[in-house]
Design a protein around this ligand. Sequence first.
Ligand code: HEM
Length: 126
Amino acid sequence: GRPETFYDAVGGHETFAAIVHRFYQQVAEDPVLRPLYPEEDLGPAEQRLLMFLEQYWGGPQTYSHQRGHPRLRMRHGPFPIGPLERDAWLRCMRVAVDEADLPEERRRQMWDYFEMAATSMMNKSW
Ligand code: HEM
């Protein structure tokens, strides 16, 4: 059959939903990040990040069906993201990933990706 995806290997939907939920709990409390989110309700943003990550790691392609091509850098254009915002985002995600208790090699793979992705989302240098 098909080789197991990263998504399946780490526990599929349940694992990704837990990580993204924990991440947004942190965002809700974060003085740097919270003001960037245009909507009062973080639920829809949580759903979009969940769909995106599930798709990226080999799970259901629901993100693209609902939102089209990710174009994440473009979609982040309206939000000023410098080192402070990048670091805050990673700090929130670090808690979420660590609590997911993934096998070390998987944890490292996911973390390397988040560091790279968050840095690539920066659109200002201060
Ligand atoms: C959307 C902030 C990094 C994935 C958003 C939104 C904000 C935001 C304010 C709009 C919320 C909404 O969807 O209603 C940030 C900040 C980052 C960051 C400050 C710091 C570097 C990332 C990274 C990823 C990501 C690293 C992926 C690994 C997404 C996705 C959406 C989103 C998938 C929804 C896009 C859509 O409209 O379909 N982000 N983000 N973001 N972000 Fe980020």
